[in-house]
Design a protein around this ligand. Sequence first.
Ligand code: ZN
Length: 72
Amino acid sequence: MSESNQQVPKKPRSVSCPTCGKPVVWEPASSWRPFCSERCKLIDIGAWASEAYRVAGPELDPGEGSEDVPPL
Ligand SMILES: [Zn+2]
């Protein structure tokens, strides 16, 4: 009997945290995946929310920045 049966350990799939880039193991235990922690998740959501808020904000300046708009 020869022991040529090499056991290949199952490599857990990991992703990079979108916020800090830290490798996060993709497993049920990682409840904040794809983020590494709740903090990173909140940071990302906060950034997204502020971005959405900015876009939704009716703060349009008709006076300035209208150079991109061709005159009618
Ligand atoms: Zn992170």
